[in-house]
Design a protein around this ligand. Structure first.
Ligand code: PRX
Length: 635
C-alpha cells in the first residue's frame, strides 16, 4: 500500500483538504490501490447518521485474508509475517513466513469447516498471545466466520457474557498461558464459563503449557492433531464488503459490554491505510505493537493492518517486567525493531525503574515510537522520547477507539511536528468536531468541547451486535448528525487536538476501558453490600485507578473492613477480571444524590482525587450532610 507517504506538513494539509472536499474520491483512490477485490463496488459510500446506517464499498467482494496473505506470496513469500517472541527469553523466537502463515491459516480454516463452522457463525477466541491466536483470527476470516476475541485476562463470568451475547458456536482456547513467572489455567476458566453457555458445542484446545487438563467428551478436542491432518490450502470465502468480519466487546458506561461489529471491506482499507501512514512502514522494517490481540489495537495493528501491508509484525507473549524490566528493550535490540507501539501505562511503569534497563541495550534500529489507549502525561512522553527514542524518533500519540476500528488523530512521522500530550491532527479523511453542551459546534482554535466525528470513515463499527438501538443511543443521539466519541478534547492555537479524557462514566485504567456500572453491579452482588459507586482518581502508573464508595447492609456493619475489601475485590475479579479491581474502598453511610436519585459522581471524583475545592453547591442534594462525612473519612 503506497498511498500517502506524506513528507511535509504542507503536503499533509493539501491531502487533508482534498479528503474533506471529496471524501468519496479520496477513499476510492485508496481502495483501488493494491487491494485485491474479487468484484468492484457499485457505490463508495451510503450513509445516514439518523438511522444510523453506514455502508462502504457496497457491492464489492473480497476476502481479507487474500489481502493479508495470498497476494504477498509471490513477492514476499519467504519474508517473516509474524515474529513470535515467547514469554521465556530462553525459548527461541519463531519466524513465520507469509508462505508458512498461508499454510497454517488454511489448515486451521479447514479444521473449522470440518467442525461445522460456516460463514456468519460466531467463534469466540480465548487464547494467550501465541501464534494460534493470530492464525485462528485469520482462519475465521478465511471462511467468513465472525471472530470475537476475548482478552484472556477476563474472568469466566465475563467470558460467558460475551459468548452468550454473540451466541458463539465454538470456543478456541489453550491448556493455559504463561504470564511472566506465572501460569494461568485458561481451559479451567473456559470450562467454568461454558456451564452457563448453551450455544457452544465445540472447544478446540491449543497446547501451550502442557498442563494436565481434562477434555470434555464430545465437546473438547486438542487442536494440533486436527491441524496435522488438515489440508494446507483453503479456498477463501468470498465476502461482501459489508459482511461482518468481527465482533469485539468494549465496556459501556451502563449495562453489559457492547459487541462492536466491524465489517470487511472498509475495515481492511482503513486498517491498512492508517498503518502505512502512521508508522511509515518500509519493506525491511520490523514493526512491534505490544498490545494484546484481545483488544482492538491488536486486531488492527498486530494482525490486519501490518499483514495487509506485507509487514513483519512482532507478537510478544510475555510482560514488560519478565524476567526483568529490560525485556522490551532486549527484544527491540534482538529483532532490530524499527517501529514500537505501546501504552502510556507501560511507559510509566518502566520509567520508574533503573535507567540501566534501557541504556544497556542498543535501540538504534528504532525509527518511530507510538502510544495508544489513554492520554500520555508530559513526564512519560519525555522519558520515552529521551531514553527510548534518543530524541530521534517521532512519537505518534494515536487517538482512537474500539468503535473507530483504526487510528483517527495522530501525527504522521517526519511530517507533523509532535507536541507532548497532543494527538495533534486528524488523519486525512477524518473530520473531527468539538461540540458544546447545547449541541453547537465550536469552531476556531483554542477551544475545548466534546469530541465528535462529523463524517463517516471506512472502519467505523456498523452496529452493536444484537442491539442497534443502543448503538444509536450511545453514539448518534447526543449530537445531531454526529458520531459522539464519549471523549472531551481541546484544540490548541494551531489546531492540534489534545484528548482530555472521558466525559461519560467510562474510566480508563492502565489503558483499559472500564464502565462503572458493571463493576458496581459486581460489588452489589456481595451479600453485605447495599449500594456502591465507582469513580476514577489519578494514579502515577495506571493513569487512573478505581475508588469505590460502598454502603453496607446492616448485616455487613459488624464485619471486619479489610476482609470485606478483599472479598469485594475478589467478587470483581470473578465477575469481570483482575483489571477491574479497586485500589481504594471506602465504606460510607450514604452517597450524594440529586433529588431525582442520581448519584453525583462529580463530587465523589473530587473527594477521591483529594481535590476539595469547588465541590459546588451541595445544598440542593437530597442528603447534603453525607458529603461532609465522606470527606472526613476519605482514604
Ligand atoms: O478515552 C479515549 C482513550 O481510550 C478510549 C478508547 O478505548 P478503547 O476502545 O479501549 O480503545 C483503546 C485503543 C484504541 C478513547 O475513547 N484513548 C485512546 N487513545 C488515546 C486515548 N486518550 C488519549 N490519548 C490517546 N492517544
Amino acid at each position: 500500500m503506497s498511498n500517502y507517504h506524506i513528507k511535509h506538513l504542507e503536503e499533509y494539509f493539501q491531502v487533508y483538504r482534498r479528503s474533506v472536499r471529496n471524501p468519496e474520491n479520496f477513499w476510492e483512490e485508496i481502495a483501488e490501490e493494491h487491494f485485491l477485490w474479487r468484484k468492484k463496488w457499485n457505490k463508495v459510500l451510503e450513509w445516514d447518521f439518523t438511522k444510523p446506517e453506514v455502508k462502504w464499498f457496497s457491492g464489492a467482494q473480497l476476502n481479507i485474508t487474500e489481502n493479508c496473505i495470498d497476494r504477498h506470496l509471490h513477492v514476499r513469500g519467504d519474508k517473516t509475517a509474524i515474529l513470535f517472541e515467547p514469554n521465556n527469553p530462553d525459548e527461541p523466537a519463531e519466524h513465520i513466513s507469509y508462505l508458512e502463515l498461508h499454510k497454517r491459516v488454511s489448515k486451521f480454516a479447514n479444521v473449522l469447516k470440518d467442525k461445522g463452522i460456516k460463514k456468519g457463525d460466531r467463534v469466540v477466541i480465548y487464547l494467550p498471545m501465541i501464534p494460534e491466536l493470530a492464525v485462528s483470527v485469520l482462519a475465521c476470516a478465511r471462511i467468513g466466520a465472525i471472530h470475537s476475541v476475548v482478552f484472556a485476562g477476563f474472568s469466566a463470568s465475563a467470558l460467558a457474557t460475551r459468548i452468550n451475547d454473540c451466541e458463539a458456536k465454538m470456543v478456541i482456547t489453550s491448556d493455559g498461558s504463561y504470564r511472566g513467572a506465572k501460569t494461568i489455567d485458561l481451559k479451567g476458566i473456559v470450562d467454568e464459563a461454558l456451564e452457563s453457555c448453551a450455544t457452544v458445542d465445540k472447544v478446540l484446545v491449543a497446547k501451550r503449557i502442557n498442563s494436565d487438563i481434562q477434555l470434555k467428551e464430545n465437546r473438547d478436542e486438542w487442536l494440533q492433531p486436527l491441524l496435522d491432518e488438515a489440508y494446507g490450502d483453503c479456498v477463501p470465502e468470498i465476502m461482501d464488503a459489508e459482511d461482518p468480519l468481527f465482533i469485539l466487546y468494549t465496556s459501556g458506561s451502563t449495562g453489559k459490554p457492547k459487541g462492536m461489529m466491524h465489517t470487511t471491506g472498509g475495515y481492511m482499507v482503513y486498517a491498512a491505510y492508517s498503518f502505512k501512514n502512521v508508522f511509515q512502514y518500509r519493506e525491511e522494517d520490523v514493526y512491534w505493537c505490544t498490545a494484546d490481540i484481545g483488544w482492538i489495537t491488536g486486531h488492527s495493528y498486530i494482525v490486519y493492518g501490518p499483514l495487509a501491508n506485507g509487514a513483519t509484525t512482532v507478537m510478544f507473549e510475555g510482560v514488560p517486567s519478565y524476567p526483568d524490566y529490560g525485556r522490551f528493550w532486549e527484544i527491540v535490540q534482538k529483532h532490530k525493531v524499527t517501529q514500537f507501539y505501546t501504552a502510556p501505562t507501560a511507559i510509566r511503569a518502566l520509567a520508574k525503574e533503573n535507567l540501566d534497563f534501557v541504556t544497556k541495550y542498543d535501540l538504534s534500529s528504532l525509527k518511530v515510537l507510538g502510544t495508544v489507549g489513554e492520554p500520555i502525561n508530559e513526564e512519560a512522553w519525555h522519558w520515552y522520547n529521551d531514553h527510548v527514542g534518543e530524541k530521534k524518533c517521532p512519537i505518534v500519540d494515536t487517538w482512537w477507539q474500539t468503535e473507530t476500528g483504526g487510528i483517527m488523530i495522530s501525527p504522521i512521522p517526519f511530517s507533523t511536528p509532535t507536541k507532548p500530550t497532543y494527538a495533534t491532527l486528524p488523519l486525512p479523511g477524518i473530520q473531527p468536531a468539538l461540540m458544546d453542551e447545547n449541541g453547537k459546534e465550536i469552531k476556531g482554535n483554542q477551544v475545548d468541547g466534546r469530541l465528535c466525528i462529523k463524517y463517516p470513515w471506512p472502519s467505523m463499527a456498523r452496529t452493536i451486535w444484537g442491539n442497534h438501538q443502543r448503538y444509536k443511543d450511545t453514539y448518534f443521539s447526543a449530537f445531531e448528525n454526529m458520531y459522539f466519541t464519549g471523549d472531551g478534547a481541546l484544540r490548541d492555537e494551531v489546531g492540534y487536538y489534545r484528548i482530555t479524557g472521558r466525559v461519560d462514566d467510562v474510566i480508563i485504567v492502565s489503558g483499559h476501558n472500564l464502565g462503572t456500572a458493571p463493576i458496581e453491579d459486581a460489588i452489589n452482588e456481595h451479600p453485605a453490600v447495599a449500594e456502591s459507586a465507582i469513580v476514577g482518581f489519578p494514579h502515577d502508573i495506571k493513569g487512573n485507578a478505581l475508588y469505590g464508595f460502598v454502603i453496607l447492609k446492616e448485616t455487613g456493619e459488624s464485619r471486619d473492613r479489610n476482609n470485606l475489601r478483599n472479598e469485594i475485590n475478589q467478587q470483581i475479579s470473578d465477575k469481570i477480571g483482575p483489571i477491574a479491581k479497586l485500589n481504594k474502598i471506602q465504606f460510607v453511610p450514604g452517597l450524594p444524590k440529586t433529588r431525582s436519585g442520581k448519584i453525583m459522581r462529580r463530587i465523589l471524583r473530587k473527594i477521591a482525587s483529594n481535590d476539595l475545592s469547588n465541590l459546588g453547591d451541595t445544598s440542593t442534594l437530597l442528603n447534603p450532610e453525607v458529603v461532609d462525612q465522606i470527606i472526613k473519612e476519605a482514604l
